[in-house]
Design a protein around this ligand. Structure first.
Ligand code: HEC
Length: 258
């Protein structure tokens, strides 16, 4: 009995003395990577790395105290509508299991302070920025649209990333309508892309074979017409989507467009 009490006393003393860094290691590291992930590690992770979590917390919440409160609350009462991470990422990992019973509020206050002080690592931020630029360049290279300027938001992508967030507050009815618009647009654009590919191949081949550019003018004109059609579908999609959303919802989404 004495021994048990002694043991209990020691364990409590150790728990009380733990720093935020130790607690992170003990309570969170089994799922969340603590070091900055490399580009190749990202697809193999079972939960977002802490770098990515704090990166998104910082994007979504301005006030330092509110950031701490968010982390403490999320760990105890996780819910898809509360997430600051992208909705499609949460869908990929599954919602985090509540850590109630595994970690106390007091411990979480230390953990949250440590997270906000230490993350995201600068090398992670540069990696994310580079990935975003590469994604954008890839999208541009394969885009069938005539207008690709930064000012024109990619509404479907913004919606996918924010789909389940309480701040956006999409109703079931809105979701159904939006999915329909998305399906319709994707179908139209896909059909156009399929027609574009062989036309572009003909032109490339002709130029490699040193043929007269005049010989492919017909294909070029067809490509231009198809791209006009794709662009019309693109603009129609934006208009239909924003018509389904309220002014507040559009205002919620636009800051995520960068
Ligand atoms: C059993 C695995 C597991 C453990 C343990 C775990 N998490 Fe998570 N956590 C996840 C997964 C999976 C996600 C991504 C899905 C989500 O956001 O709910 C996540 C997401 C989060 C998020 C982001 C919420 C958002 O905006 O989507 C925070 C904050 C977080 N975890 C903090 C912690 C902290 C702090 C600890 C340690 C006390 C911890 N987690 C322990 C699995 C875990």
């Amino acid at each position: 009995m004495k021994k048990t009490l002694l043991l209990l006393a020691t364990t409590t003393a150790i728990t009380l003395a733990s720093t935020g860094a130790e607690l992170l290691e003990k309570k969170c590291a089994s799922c969340h990577m603590l070091e900055a992930p490399t580009f190749h590690q990202i697809p193999t992770l079972k939960a977002p790395p802490l770098d990515s979590i704090v990166f998104h917390v910082n994007l979504a919440i301005e006030d330092e105290q509110k950031k701490k409160e968010f982390i403490v609350d999320y760990v105890l009462n996780p819910d898809v509508s509360k997430t600051v991470c992208e909705s499609n990422k949460v869908a990929k990992y599954g919602v985090m299991p509540s850590q109630k019973g595994n970690v106390s509020k007091e411990e979480l206050a230390l953990i949250a302070a440590e997270m906000l002080a230490k993350y995201p690592h600068p090398q992670f931020v540069s990696m994310i920025k580079e990935m975003l630029t590469n994604d954008k360049m890839k999208a541009l290279q394969t885009s069938p649209f005539l207008v690709n300027s930064e000012g024109l938001p990619h509404m479907t992508k913004l919606l996918v990333q924010n789909w389940d967030k309480a701040g956006l507050g999409l109703t079931k009815e809105q979701k159904e309508k939006l999915l329909l618009v998305r399906k319709e647009t994707l179908g139209e654009v896909k059909a156009i892309k399929q027609q574009l590919a062989p036309l572009e191949a003909v032109i490339a081949e002709a130029m490699i074979d040193r043929e007269d550019p005049k010989s492919v003018e017909k294909q070029l004109e067809k490509i231009a017409k198809l791209k006009i059609e794709a662009s019309k579908a693109h603009l129609k999609c934006i208009a239909k989507t924003t018509a389904i959303l309220s002014d507040e919802q559009v205002a919620f989404l636009l800051p995520f467009w960068e």
